[in-house]
Design a protein around this ligand. Structure first.
Ligand code: ZN
Ligand code: ZN
Ligand code: ZN
Length: 142
């Protein structure tokens, strides 16, 4: 359907953490990532962090809701991460915390994500399902 996904083989190769075949950088529609040249038998994908594959398979880079990859927004649009499942209806957006998406926590009552909010008495965590769920936790809970 779309020919906008193109691969770019770089000189310095990064081995796949699973099968050791070289990884290649893929300019996906939702931002760059690294895929294994052993595809389709190896479906390893890694995040692109500063032009290199992030070999740490870090849960931080996964969407806390749908587990798809989180993608860093373009520099000009501000420092935040959005879910690569955006077009599939996942609207998760996380602020950037030192180069990775900020940590997320779930509401103990309804399992939706908690979001940091600014209240009269400082920061606190509120349920993203507010006003349906009114759970709040103190900023020091985590
Ligand atoms: Zn592989
Ligand atoms: Zn998602
Ligand atoms: Zn809740």
């Amino acid at each position: 359907m779309s020919a906008s996904e193109q691969t770019e083989v770089t000189e310095r190769s990064h081995p796949c953490p699973k099968c050791k075949k070289p990884l290649h950088r893929i300019e996906g529609k939702m931002g760059p990532f690294w895929g294994c040249t052993g595809f389709p038998s190896c479906r390893t994908t890694l995040n692109d962090i500063a032009g290199k594959p992030s070999t740490e398979i870090n849960e931080h880079y996964r969407c806390p809701i749908c587990t798809r990859r989180m993608v860093r927004a373009d520099k000009g649009r501000g420092d935040y991460w959005f879910c690569s499942g955006y077009s599939k209806g996942c609207k998760i957006i996380l602020q950037d915390a030192n180069g990775s998406p900020e940590a997320t926590h779930r509401c103990p009552d309804c399992d939706n994500l908690l979001v940091k909010r600014q209240g009269k008495n400082g920061m606190f965590w509120g349920c993203s399902d507010f006003p349906r769920c009114k759970t709040t936790l103190s900023a020091k809970s985590f």
